[in-house]
Design a protein around this ligand. Structure first.
Ligand code: ATP
Ligand code: MG
Length: 448
């Protein structure tokens, strides 16, 4: 395994600079290490590659054209990127890469002050180069553009979403002039590729302060650009069961939903879209309250169209749509058949749906936790009964029995298997005990 120390040493011997930069340094200074490292260097990509080969390191060279070589150091992937020079042209999607000559020039190209810190690794003195006040902003917990915000966002509008994403991930405020720059340039988000937008949206939804991130998206006027289907939620007033309009309720639901488990990503998207249909079906009921009849069904029709545009994976779209469609389901926990019907509709995703229902309730004016706890217990019971019944299968199959008794298959097989299953269920026969099962089967056949 190639060590980071050996790699750094070779750069030092060759008189090259190697600066730790980017998210890893930022997160280390925040006391939350553990992410893959990025380095900036004055060595050209060919030389970085040669140094890696000399040490026999595992390398990734797909990004070489853009100045980046991936190197496995201490078992972790690090990206080594040659200094950037002035390269972005306003409005171009793929900036031409030109290499710079100094770390100062490189750092000036970076997006936010907290991402524009650097520490020289070959010198090993631990000094941090901080040209834009990044350390003060880390301490004050502020996202601030490097240089003139509006110009920087025009150069690359993705920075707008990156800024909102860092704020949602780190719980940082956005510095007022930076926020204003985002507001002025938000229409340019339309020029980005859908994949890049979706990647950042996804990270915002997963972030600890996802609700704040969504509010900022609305605040800078980006909602109508990147999620136009959601725009009518803003100002869509609800009835007395709700504290907020549909948008405020949606933001609270995304913030509240527990995103753990393999389907955490789908849960976050379902929270965002669960009331998508509401503004489109709202009507005044005879009692003078707003009604939202069938908003779950309408939302479930709209969600897959939206998510396909966003290029989510098919499986994920399917699950999100299921959760949107079923979020109003209210089976009776004390009624076995009602619980079973519910389970068969949600196909193994009852925990995801329950997480959504709980989050949905978080900004209602009534507390439904008693109901949710009862439903959770009922679902857990039904699922464990099923798995017991599954385990209660006869240790011998029909084929086993046909071979054993050398008889034509017929109704006798069902009789023997049912008896064996019943004994497993009653605990008189161990589920996998084929020997014992054979003896019992012989006894049954003799008595017939
Ligand atoms: P994380 O890896 O946690 O998402 P990061 O800050 O490391 O965060 P990366 O996308 O890995 O983000 O980029 C590494 C660094 O490259 C950033 O910290 C920033 O300095 C710079 N950078 C990345 N994208 C841009 C951009 N669009 N404009 C300017 N600088 C950028
Ligand atoms: Mg990174």
């Amino acid at each position: 395994m190639t060590t980071r120390a050996a790699f750094v040493e070779l750069f030092r011997e060759r008189g090259r600079e190697l600066w730790a930069v980017g998210g890893a340094l930022r997160d280390e200074l925040l006391g939350r290490g553990g992410v893959d490292e990025d380095f900036a260097t004055d060595a050209l990509p060919d030389e970085v590659e040669a140094i890696g080969r000399e040490l026999g390191a595992s390398l990734v060279t797909v990004g070489k054209r853009f100045g980046t070589i991936g190197v496995l150091l201490d078992g972790r992937w690090s990206e080594i990127t040659t200094f950037r020079g002035d390269s972005y042209e306003a409005g171009t999607r793929w900036p031409d890469v030109t290499f710079g000559t100094s770390i100062e020039e490189d750092l000036a190209r970076r997006d936010f002050t907290v991402n524009a810190l650097a520490r020289e690794a070959t010198r090993g003195d631990g000094n941090i180069l901080d040209l834009f006040g990044g350390r003060d902003d880390l301490a004050a917990r502020v996202v601030r553009a490097v240089g003139e915000p509006e110009r920087r966002f025009r150069e690359d509008p993705l920075r707008i979403l990156r800024g909102l994403r860092f704020s949602a991930q780190l719980g940082f405020e956005i510095e007022p002039a930076t926020l204003e720059g985002m507001r002025v340039t938000a229409p340019l988000l339309a020029s980005l590729s859908q994949e890049r937008v979706t990647t950042e949206l996804d990270k915002i939804l997963q972030a600890p302060f996802a609700g704040e991130g969504l509010e900022r998206i609305r605040e800078i006027g980006a909602l109508g650009v990147i999620l136009p289907e959601l725009a009518p939620m803003v100002g869509c007033e609800q009835n007395s069961f709700h504290q907020f309009d549909v948008w405020g309720h949606t933001v609270a639901t995304v913030q509240a939903v527990r995103k753990e488990g393999p389907d955490g990503r789908a849960r976050a998207w379902a929270a965002l879209l669960h009331d998508l249909g509401k503004p489109y079906v709202r009507h005044m009921k005879t009692n003078g309250e707003w009604g939202f009849y069938r908003h779950d069904a309408v939302g479930a029709e709209m969600a897959p169209v939206l998510l396909e545009r966003l290029r989510l994976a098919r499986k994920e779209i399917h699950l999100v749509t299921l959760l949107v469609r079923r979020h109003m389901d209210r089976p009776k926990p004390e009624d076995r058949r009602s619980v079973r019907r519910f389970l068969s509709k949600v196909g193994g995703h009852w925990e995801d749906l329950l997480a959504l229902k709980r989050a949905d309730n978080a900004s209602h004016t009534y507390d439904d936790e008693g109901y949710h706890a009862a439903l959770e217990a009922a679902c857990r019971r039904a699922v464990s009964e099923d798995s017991e019944a599954l385990r209660a299968e006869s240790p011998l199959t029909g084929d086993d029995l046909v071979a054993m008794f050398d008889r034509e298959p017929g109704p006798w097989i069902r009789v023997v298997k049912d008896r064996l299953s019943a004994m497993v269920l009653d605990g008189e026969l161990a589920p996998g005990d084929r020997e014992h099962a054979r003896r019992i089967a012989r006894g049954i056949m003799k008595g017939r």
